[in-house]
Structure formats: C-alpha cells, structure tokens
Design a protein around this ligand. Structure first.
Ligand code: PMP
Length: 334
C-alpha cells in the first residue's frame, strides 16, 4: 500500500510546472514551484516542521509544551498543523485587522488565538510581539520559534526546497526568482543552489529577489504596500544580503494583475506574492535565451485572497481597477 504515515510526511516535494501563456514571446523556459500544494497550503509548512523538530532535539520543546508565535498567516497554519501532529498545544498572537477567516483557520486546527490591541508601538508589552514573549515565558513549557531569526528556517530550504529544484531541473536551472519576507526562502534555497552549481560550466545559478515597491530589501525607503508576505521595513536575521545577485522591483498593481492572470490563463490560483515572483521571473526571462531555465517559487494559494485580489470591488476601491482586464468570469442569478 502507498500512503504517508502522517500528514507531516507530505510536506515538501512540491512539483514544478511550466508557464505557457503568460510567457508569450519569451524563449527561456519558465517553471514555477507550487508551494500551495503543501498540506497546510503554503511554503511555511517546511519551516514549521524543521523549527519544531530542532526544538525537540535541543530540548526547548518537551512533551506537554506549547508553541507560541506572533503570526496569523501561513507560518501559523504550518505551526498549528505540525504542533498538533506532534502533540503540542499552539497559541498565536495577532491583531484585530487580520481577517477573521485567517484566525478561524488557526482555530480550525485546534490552535488558540489571542487578539491584541491595535495602535500600540512594536516595543510595547501589549504589541503582538510583546504579548507573545510574555505568553512564551508564562506558559509552562512555552516555546517561541521566531521565524525571523530561527536558523532552522533557512536550513529547511537549504535541505529541501533547494535540492528539489536542483533535482527536478536535472541541474539545468539558471535563475531562481523568489520573494523575501523573513528571508528564509531566499537565504536557504539560494545558498544551496549557488553552492551546488558553483563549478558547473554554465556558472552558478543567479539569485533574483522579487521585491515589492516599498520594501527596503531592494533599497527603497520603506513605504506601505498591499502585497502580503514579502518585503520588509526592517532588516531581519534570516535574510542574508550576500545571497541575492540582484533585485526586481514589482508594484502591487503588477503583482495583483499577474496573480489574476495566473488564475485565468495558467489555471494556477495563487496569492499576491506569487504574482510578484512571476512578474520578476518574466522580466528576467525576457532577457534570456532558449537554454535558460528560470524557476520562480509560488509561496501560497489564492484562496486566502478571494476577498481582496480576486474581488473586483476591493481591487477597484484600492486603485487597482485597471488591472482587472475583464479576466474573471461573471455570475448570474436566475
Ligand atoms: N509569500 C507569502 C504569502 C508568505 O507568507 C511569505 C512568508 N512571509 C513569503 C512569501 C516569503 O517567504 P520568506 O519568509 O521565506 O522570505
């Protein structure tokens, strides 16, 4: 019989698929890695598994322990799923502006959610960082992984995401295009691909960060933007600026327009940061030839953004009306 012994064994080994429509006029091969096919629905399952495995090994997480992390996004889902399977409780600290549905997903996995107040400074004890520190200290057996600094986050990508891309492309990948939020993906995957390709005739894999306009990674003054999960307004520990070879700046309108095109033209319902990565990948690929293989990592599914990127009213209200392009289908009530 062929089956996984638990859902945790289904994390990783995500497929690469070729883009065929949005690549019109491009001769390089553009492949995307579908991280929404992880069991928790995003690339963050990988780091959740590795961070909790390391914590068990080091003794920071013991039977009866509780995982505490300030997140309501993909990392929360990954940690909730992995913690539950390993027999730990989990508590996530978030703020009221986070969509109700995101909090409900965490509770559906059995996690507890603490919603802190809005409008407090990041160093206040009532900020979501402050509350999570306090909970991790006060709950007996509390453990806070901290995805922004835990070395297991980039390590998980060095050990899984990188080798998967290298093996699935049979060592022919020439360019990696990824977004950077906590930096774990680019640091781990990029470092692995550079290490393994350093001595080949074609030269090392070139690492490109697809960065939202307004993020400091590509050198901008920090400014608010809408795309979620990528870009930063401060430098974080897990982002190694030595890994990226260059940056492509992508606007919200470009990211969201591309996320919608990926759904309607490629059959890929993915989130905004996937749009960011593909916009950058196409720019890179347009300058390349037919022997080049560009791989872009698509971190999560579009299901979490149905009320935003895939909602015409939300898009229009937020100034993205001109990227709708009459793409999605119509609804008729009879
Ligand atoms: N896209 C989405 C939707 C994410 O949630 C994240 C994680 N913050 C990323 C991209 C970036 O990944 P990383 O944190 O590894 O840089």
């Amino acid at each position: 019989m062929r089956y996984a012994s638990s859902v945790l064994d289904l994390i990783g080994h995500t497929p690469l698929v070729k883009l065929n429509r949005v690549t019109e006029g491009i001769s390089a091969t553009v492949l995307v890695k579908l991280e929404y096919l992880n069991p928790g629905g995003s690339i963050k399952d990988r780091i959740a598994l590795k961070m909790l495995e390391e914590a068990e090994r080091s003794g920071e997480l013991r039977p009866g322990g509780t995982v505490v992390e300030p997140t309501s996004g993909n990392t929360g889902v990954g940690l909730a799923m992995v913690a539950q399977q390993k027999g730990y409780r989990s508590v996530f600290v978030t703020v009221p502006k986070v969509a109700r549905e995101k909090r409900d997903v965490l509770r559906a996995y059995g996690a507890d959610v603490v919603v802190g107040p809005t409008g407090v400074s990041p160093d206040s004890p009532l900020s979501y960082y402050g509350i999570s520190d306090q909970l991790a200290a006060e709950i007996a057996g509390g453990y806070k992984p901290d995805q922004f600094s835990h070395p297991a986050a980039p390590a998980s990508h060095y050990e899984s995401t990188g080798p998967e891309i290298w093996e699935d492309t049979e060592g022919r990948v020439t360019h990696l295009v990824v977004g950077a939020g906590t930096g774990g993906t680019v640091t781990g995957t990029g470092r692995y691909l550079k290490d393994v390709s350093r001595d080949r005739d074609a030269g090392p894999v070139e690492i490109v960060v697809a960065d939202p306009d307004g993020s400091i990674y590509s050198g901008a003054q920090a400014r608010p933007y809408f795309v979620e999960g990528v870009g930063e307004d401060i430098m974080v520990d897990n982002y190694d600026p030595e890994v990226p070879d260059r940056y492509e700046r992508v606007t919200d309108a470009e990211s969201f327009g591309m996320a919608r095109r990926l759904a309607t033209e490629e059959g890929l319902l993915v989130g905004g940061s996937s749009g960011t990565a593909v916009v950058a990948a196409l720019r890179v690929a347009a300058r390349l030839g037919e022997d080049d293989v560009v791989v872009a990592v698509l971190p999560d599914s579009g299901r979490g953004y149905l009320g935003k990127i895939f909602n015409d009213e939300w898009m229009t209200e937020h100034g993205f009306g001109d990227v709708l392009g009459g793409t999605s289908g119509t609804e008729v009530t009879v």
